[in-house]
Design a protein around this ligand. Structure first.
Ligand SMILES: *Cc1c(COP(=O)(O)O)cnc(C)c1O
Length: 400
């Protein structure tokens, strides 16, 4: 006989969640606007007239955000990594020669995914904590024969930005390569022009720059990638869920592939709408101003940033943890006392503060910087908190 569930071992969610929600200022997920949260609470039929209208708008707005006129914009049910895998699964075939430009953890993940579809990835590693240079890429493209080039725009793990992405993409195209760009952390926080820069696939997640929920992601294939690689493919991709031709049935032909993550798509619709309403130029300006003000505040407090200015990512700020200070103690103090959460890092002794979407708001910056400084002090660091806060205010209110 099946016994009753031992109920006392389970507590309701409100006993697990903190009484006061933490301000999410780490490397993602990020806070979501109320409109996005409200949309995420709705379930509708994933097929039919209502959904069709939603999907048409999601595609139109995505085209603006990706800066493309491609008709092959689609979503995927899954994390940013699922969108990465979808780009790889459809553009990389067994035996493909893939040049994987790496700066850190996420760019290496693209190489790992290429390996798993039986391609031959070659790693081209950027100097430590630096962006990849066009010259290094061109030298490698002259030396070897490649079908595909992969890279990240912003490497969230060590806070490096590949600022020469536009030139790298155009160079790779001159050598006949398909170019796959991971913009999970950067999309809508800084310029990225898919068509103009000649990118063949752009990947993003929901929970970072777009300030939507995790679990529903977007990607776009160029018309050229679709015509040359996807429409004319000889063998089916390994992954049924990630097959772009099957996904096209839902995203362009109003029919069934798998049950779409309706709530997440509605949330994404609202997140995209808020981006379009703000406009990309203003959104880029807000992110840059906020991130640079935060960086200045951190440095004025007496802390160092990991990455030198020319290579530095604005979407996630990497702070060097002073010797004899425990990063874990700082984070614990921040969340316990100030209800602010930031990120540690994979293997590096840094703390990371996100500047993606809703994180780039003045009120969030003041709370976060104060919390960081005061928790660093509590953990034994020598911190000039008032000067740091004053610098943040000075930079935020400086005339444009
Ligand atoms: C967060 C991130 C990913 C992975 O996204 P998930 O949703 O965690 O799968 C990939 N690339 C970059 C650059 C990221 O910042």
């Amino acid at each position: 006989m099946i016994e009753a569930f031992p109920a006392p071992s389970i507590v309701p969610l409100e006993h697990i969640l903190p009484d006061e929600p933490l301000l999410m200022m780490g490397a993602g997920p990020v806070p979501i606007p109320q409109k996005v949260a409200a949309a995420n609470s709705i379930v509708i039929n994933h097929l039919g007239e209502t959904m069709n209208r939603v999907i048409e708008q999601v595609k139109d707005m995505s085209r603006y955000v990706f800066q493309t006129s491609s008709s092959h914009v689609m979503g995927v049910s899954g994390p940013g990594s699922a969108a990465m895998e979808m780009a790889i699964a459809n553009l990389v075939t067994p035996g493909s020669r893939v040049l994987c430009i790496t700066n850190g953890y996420f760019s290496q993940r693209l190489a790992e995914m290429a390996r798993r579809v039986r391609a031959e990835p070659t790693i081209l590693e950027a100097p430590r904590n630096e962006r990849m240079s066009v010259e290094m890429v061109e030298r490698e493209l002259q030396r070897g024969q490649y079908d595909v080039v992969t890279l990240v725009q912003g490497e969230t793990s060590n806070t490096v930005c590949n600022t020469s992405l536009d030139q790298i993409a155009r160079t790779a195209k001159r050598y006949g390569c398909m170019v796959i760009v991971d913009a999970v952390c950067t999309l809508s926080t800084m310029p990225l022009e898919m068509d103009n820069w000649q990118v063949d696939a752009i990947i993003t997640g929901g929970q970072k720059g777009l300030s939507s929920i995790p679990g529903v992601s977007l990607l776009a294939f160029s018309e050229e990638a679709w015509a040359k690689k996807i429409a004319r493919r000889e063998e089916l991709p390994f992954h049924w869920c990630l097959d772009a031709q099957l996904a096209d049935k839902f995203w362009n032909q109003k029919s069934y592939h798998y049950t779409a993550p309706v709530s997440g798509i509605l949330a994404l619709h609202e997140a995209l709408r808020l981006v379009c309403e703000e406009t990309l130029p203003q959104r880029f300006e807000r992110h840059q101003r906020c991130s640079e003000a935060l960086q200045a505040g951190i440095e004025t407090m007496g802390l160092g940033l990991l990455v030198e200015k020319p290579h530095r990512l604005n979407s996630v700020v990497g702070i060097v943890v002073p010797d004899h200070v425990s990063a874990d103690a700082v984070r614990a103090h921040m969340s316990k006392v100030h209800k602010v959460e930031i990120s540690g890092a994979f293997g590096l002794n840094i703390l990371r503060i996100g500047q993606m979407g809703e994180q780039s708001r003045a009120h969030n910056l003041f709370r976060t910087l104060h919390s960081l400084g005061s928790s660093m002090r509590a953990a034994g660091a020598d911190i000039d908190l008032p000067s740091g806060m004053a610098e943040l205010e000075r930079k935020l209110s400086a005339p444009r």
